[in-house]
Ligand binder design. Structure first.
Ligand code: ADP
Length: 165
């Protein structure tokens, strides 16, 4: 039986930290769905369509990875719908742990058949977050070592457009 996992998140935008988790995830699962959902507590810089497009460009090297969008649906329900038995999440710091731990508890309560698996990224990517990358790009800093090239370009365009608006 094939092992299917979902990797849910905001991916606003996708970073090399996310890609590192994906790279590790494909070694463990036959199919990995990156699931873009609305995080109600976050305002995003990129639209859902923009984020999906950036992810698609960033994952061309991975055959068994696909990107999907979840609309107003519980993560565990989405997992069930696509036949996934695992929710993959990344862990960076102790702060991540507290949030991720409660989230995984809630998901386990909602559906005990779905397990949350945590992976840590390479040391080099451990401090990386989408928010940090956006902050650097906003002030015209070089983000090329933090994100795939398509994202670096999109960030430049986004902030130039915002300045001109
Ligand atoms: P969310 O809004 O659901 O937290 P994110 O896109 O910020 O979505 O993150 C999705 C997942 O990827 C989370 O589990 C987060 O901890 C993980 N993640 C993000 N960046 C990194 C990184 N640099 N190293 C390890 N995990 C990461």
């Amino acid at each position: 039986m094939s092992k299917i996992a979902i990797y849910p998140g905001s991916f606003d935008p996708i970073t090399n930290g996310h890609l590192d988790i994906i790279k590790r995830g494909v070694k463990l699962f036959d199919k990995l769905y990156i699931v873009l959902g609305e995080n109600v507590s976050k305002t995003t810089l990129f639209t859902i369509d923009e984020r999906v497009n950036l992810i698609k460009q960033a994952i061309t090297d991975f055959d068994q990875v696909e990107v999907l969008v979840s609309n107003n649906q519980l993560t565990v329900d989405f997992a069930h719908e696509v036949g996934a038995s695992v929710i993959l999440r990344g862990l960076r710091t102790a702060t991540d742990f507290e949030y991720e731990f409660t989230l995984s508890m809630a998901n386990a309560k909602l559906n005990s058949e779905v397990e949350t698996v945590f992976l840590t990224a390479d040391n080099e990517q451990l401090y990386l977050s989408s928010s940090m990358v956006k902050e650097i790009a906003k002030f015209s800093g070089d983000v090329s070592s933090f994100v795939p090239p398509c994202v670096a370009t999109a960030l430049k365009t986004k902030f130039v457009d915002q300045k001109q608006a």
